[in-house]
Design a binder for this molecule. Sequence first.
Ligand SMILES: Cc1cc2nc3c(=O)[nH]c(=O)nc-3n(C[C@H](O)[C@H](O)[C@H](O)COP(=O)(O)O)c2cc1C
Length: 271
Amino acid sequence: MLPRRRFLQALAAAMLSSLGLLVGLPLGYRRLRARYSAPYRTVRGDKLVYLPMPRLRGVVSLEEALANRRSIREYTDEPITIEELAQLLWAAQGVSETRHGFRTSPSAGATYPLEVYVVAAPKGVLTGDGFLEPGSYRYLPHSHALVQVRKGDDLVERLYHAALEQEWVREAPVNLIFAAVYERTTRRYGARGIRYVHIEVGHAGQNVYLQAAALGLATVAIGAFHDDEVRKVVGTPEEENPLYIMPVARPRWRYQLNPNDLARYIEGHRS
Ligand SMILES: Cc1cc2nc3c(=O)[nH]c(=O)nc-3n(C[C@H](O)[C@H](O)[C@H](O)COP(=O)(O)O)c2cc1C
């Protein structure tokens, strides 16, 4: 039992802090909403979406994300949230160093040849006050924002055809598309730069896989598609070469590695 004085002090502190919460939270929340979740603002003619700040702490360890990462192609029809999308984009190519603007994925000579696009299905991404307008968007790493490239309810369907009718593209609420400008890297490294660009898209793709695993989302890296068709659907400039499509969705099943199975497997492969 608390002595009476300490009890009264604790009660007063609790009342003050709830008052602070009552007054402070809505103010803070309003400021956050104004900054991050107003879905569109037009800046110099561009339709911009400022994304929620990336979270730098999660509840799933790196080892768990590695163990439970799988290519998953069966999805529910639920949307993902703008926070989840923001986190995936940050994992793919977001800024993680503020002196030079270096990113979450390593890049040869920090030449950053990769561009990331989002194709959002109708009602695919929940925002603070509705859904992200269906269409394609380019990710801007430095302002952690999306700029709309194309509008359209049919882009996902068209992307599905461009990707050789792989059902998981059509069923996902969003698809991320990685495209590369080889010139940014070959300018410095000559022909070897092409190799570097392909290595880099692997890094970025794995970041998306691991972030998706950590968020309980499903994804799969897709390399089989018609480049020109994908370019047309997404609206990328001629010099950008699509390398990966990654649908992201809520999974119909989850993969979980059983540690005993793993130990048995490893033992079984020892002579
Ligand atoms: C370069 C590359 C291209 C791929 N292309 C496709 C694809 O077009 N369609 C697909 O369903 N999966 C594709 N995958 C996913 C592989 O099928 C998958 O990684 C593999 O079956 C191993 O399964 P896991 O990712 O669950 O470990 C691709 C993977 C890589 C690395």
